[in-house]
Design a protein around this ligand. Structure first.
Ligand code: FAD
Length: 267
């Protein structure tokens, strides 16, 4: 990252979902930082708490932007990796602390990769939900797709971050009018892989896809002609899903040829 490009931003709020495991934070946003819903930014912290170092010597990591492209701030949703060079520091940050941003957006997990379709499937594990939170707030997708399905797989129910926001998306101030006229356009499918699933789907995504439970829970079939699928999160899970979907006829876009599958691995 060119050192002269980094901007110092201020953390404006922090929300803990699961102490020591999952949190979200918001930062100021440079006026000229533009991104498309689904893209990621690079954010940086010093190599040790409070160390004064040049941007080039900071620890930089990719982070999907979870907030709307119209939001005056930026929101990120983060894991805490025990002893992780980046997240073990980040989790100690408080409002008012500085974080560094490479104000260039990266990535191809964007709906412009797809030809128009009927159903947009946003399938994630863990913090892989983040880019889909931004995409949900993109008015264009509600014009382009009849149905939007959000699948979020986590270990335990407590890790279903943003569950309330997604379940009540129809009351979002920017979309309430639309949903009043077009109810049931968003389908939320939480998946729990350990512990008490409280009646939710309770197996790994590849198994749920293979035995049809995922489609039944969404009330829609996965069909390459009508479905457009985005996958984000754990690379092992994505590899398995990608192979299964490939066998059903889904494929990523190529130059000049829009596909019906887009994938982003987090590590
Ligand atoms: P690292 O040394 O980077 O990672 C150590 C190990 O932790 C990895 O090998 C892996 O096993 C595990 N790990 C890393 N990230 C995750 C994760 N997110 N969930 C579960 N296990 C993980 N992370 C986020 O939390 N939120 C995001 O929005 C996000 N967006 C990303 C976008 C892209 C394009 C990529 C490539 C990665 C993204 N990541 C995201 C991962 C992030 O860049 C870091 O890897 C993460 O913050 C951990 O940093 P670390 O230095 O603490 O640990």
């Amino acid at each position: 990252m060119p050192a002269d490009r980094a901007t110092a931003e201020t953390i404006t709020s922090v929300h803990t979902w699961v102490p020591g495991k999952l949190f979200s934070f918001r930062t100021t946003r440079p006026a000229d930082f533009r991104f498309a819903a689904g893209q990621f930014a690079r954010i940086g912290v010093p190599p040790s708490p409070g160390a004064q170092v040049a941007p080039v010597d900071m620890v930089w990591r990719a982070y999907s932007v979870a907030s709307s492209v119209h939001d005056p701030e930026l929101e990120f949703f983060s894991i805490v990796v025990p002893d992780g060079a980046f997240t073990s520091q980040l989790v100690t940050f408080k409002p008012g602390d500085a974080i560094y941003l490479d104000p260039v957006a990266y990535g191809f997990l964007t709906t412009d990769r797809f030809a128009d379709g009927e159903d947009l499937w946003l399938v994630s594990s863990g913090t892989g939900l983040a880019p889909f939170l931004s995409i949900l707030q993109d008015p264009a997708i509600w014009q382009r797709f009849r149905n939007v399905v959000v699948v979020h797989s986590v270990r335990e129910v407590a890790e279903l971050a943003y569950r309330h926001d997604i379940e009540h998306f129809a009351t979002h101030p920017n979309f309430a009018g639309f949903f009043a006229e077009h109810p049931d356009r968003l389908r939320y499918v939480p998946v729990i892989t350990r512990g008490d699933a409280q009646g939710m789907l309770d197996a790994r995504l590849p198994e749920l896809l293979a035995d049809g439970r995922l489609e039944r829970a969404a009330g829609l079939s996965l069909d390459p002609a009508r479905s457009r699928v985005m996958l984000c999160g754990n690379p092992d899970m994505l590899k398995a899903l990608r192979q299964q979907l490939g066998e059903q006829g889904f494929k990523p876009g190529r130059r000049g040829e829009p596909g019906n599958l887009a994938v982003e691995n987090y590590w």
